[in-house]
Design a protein around this ligand. Structure first.
Ligand code: AHM
Ligand code: MG
Length: 372
């Protein structure tokens, strides 16, 4: 519609979060600042993954004279703006002839992921966060006292690594906790998922979408590239109570336990006269969970004989996605308990996960309790 082209009442993600925070009298705006840096990180990755990664990396290697900071400097020294613009200059100043290079995508990952870890972590403002945990870093990063704030951020900067090179959807996943006491310890990020203050993901797919919950429902924002803003496009997302799709890596079926095997068998050969479910599996958690959230159904990465704890990481994959599912009216189950009740013992711990529509997760819960 012609009038839409001139809409001025757009709900940007910043406006949305500011509105939400204004309900809390004690709010100082720190949370909004933190989130706006996560959003910046996501825009950055979106811009980066829209270019051929080999091309970007080859330019990085050629142009070391640019003011690109080293990846291994301390969080405190990190100058986000400089890093961001240096990268953008690399991207934009090269012609398309150089698109091919033999650089390994491991290098590229390292480059992007380490960069994003720091981008998300700090951008000049102080006293916002105290602990950062990235899937890509072995150890958690503790922000030193003068810069320390109360938030802990756990994140997977670029999930779906096997899909990067072929241009299939990938994503960023994040969760935010509040530190319990003023002196942060690792225990602050080893809280059960239900203590999360907020969680979300950004999907770099046919469009770039950011889905967020601050504990008050789930909302989806689509990046409008012409404005460079995430605009509220999916207000108050609710997952259908029951779905018609299941999503799992069936290549692992020979190693599954009995309840998972039975569940998937029921999806394909239902005993109650209903139609079989369709199978959809991208192999990028963000894409598979996003489809599940919007269309309904179930996503599972179960335990198997080779991986008794499944594959997905509790802190930055299982918890944020489970938080979003519950906030949208669905459920998330580990095979033993409600996923958000898990108390992780280490930051990179894994857990089996079954999440999605309320009724579909009820079915798998029934199969596990019949087994025990
Ligand atoms: P990654 O963190 O190395 O990218 O692995 C996580 C990804 C998830 O996005 C996805 O759900 C899963 O691994 C797919 O695993 P598989 O290839 O075993 O099916
Ligand atoms: Mg991952």
């Amino acid at each position: 519609h012609a009038a839409d082209a001139y809409r001025t009442d757009l709900m940007t993600i910043t406006r949305f979060v500011l509105n939400e925070q204004s309900r809390y009298a004690e709010s100082k705006g720190d949370f909004t600042i933190l989130l706006s840096h996560i959003v910046l990180g996501c825009k950055f990755v979106c811009s980066a993954v829209n270019k051929d990664p080999c091309f970007v990396m080859s330019e990085y290697n050629k142009r070391r004279d640019f003011a690109i900071p080293k990846i291994s400097f301390s969080v405190e020294e990190f100058d986000c703006t400089c890093f961001y613009y240096a990268l953008l200059r690399c991207y934009h100043s090269v012609d398309a002839v150089n698109r091919h290079s033999n650089l390994q995508h491991g290098h590229i990952n390292q480059f992007f992921l380490a960069g994003l870890a720091k981008l998300i972590g700090l951008a000049g403002e102080t006293n916002i966060q105290c602990i950062l945990v990235s899937e890509e870093d072995e150890e958690a990063t503790f922000v030193s006292p003068p810069l320390r704030g109360k938030y802990c951020v756990v994140f997977d900067p670029l999930d779906g690594s096997s899909n990067i090179d072929c241009g299939v959807s990938i994503g960023t996943i994040f969760g935010i906790y509040t530190a319990k006491v003023s002196e942060p310890t690792i225990e602050d990020v080893l809280q059960p998922g239900k203590n999360m203050l907020a969680a979300g993901y950004c999907m770099y797919g046919s469009s770039c979408m950011l889905v967020l919950s601050t504990g008050n429902g789930v909302n989806g924002f689509t990046l409008d590239p012409s404005l460079g803003e995430f605009i509220l496009t999916h207000a108050d997302i609710k997952i259908p109570k029951k779905g018609k799709i299941y999503s799992v890596n069936e290549g692992n079926a020979k190693n599954w336990d009995a309840p998972t095997t039975k569940y998937v068998e029921n999806c394909k050969f239902p005993k109650d006269g209903s139609s079989p479910k369709s199978l959809r599996y991208v192999g990028s958690m963000v894409a598979d969970v996003h489809r599940t959230l919007l269309y309904g159904g179930i996503f599972l990465y179960p335990a198997d004989k080779k991986s008794p704890n499944g594959k997905l990481r509790v802190l930055y994959e299982v918890f944020p996605m489970s938080f979003l599912m519950e906030q949208a009216g669905g459920q998330a189950f580990t095979g033993q308990q409600r996923a958000l009740d898990l108390v992780p013992k280490t930051i990179h711990e894994r857990s089996p996960i079954f999440l999605g529509s309320y009724d579909d997760v009820e079915e798998i819960k029934a199969l596990y309790s019949a087994e025990n």
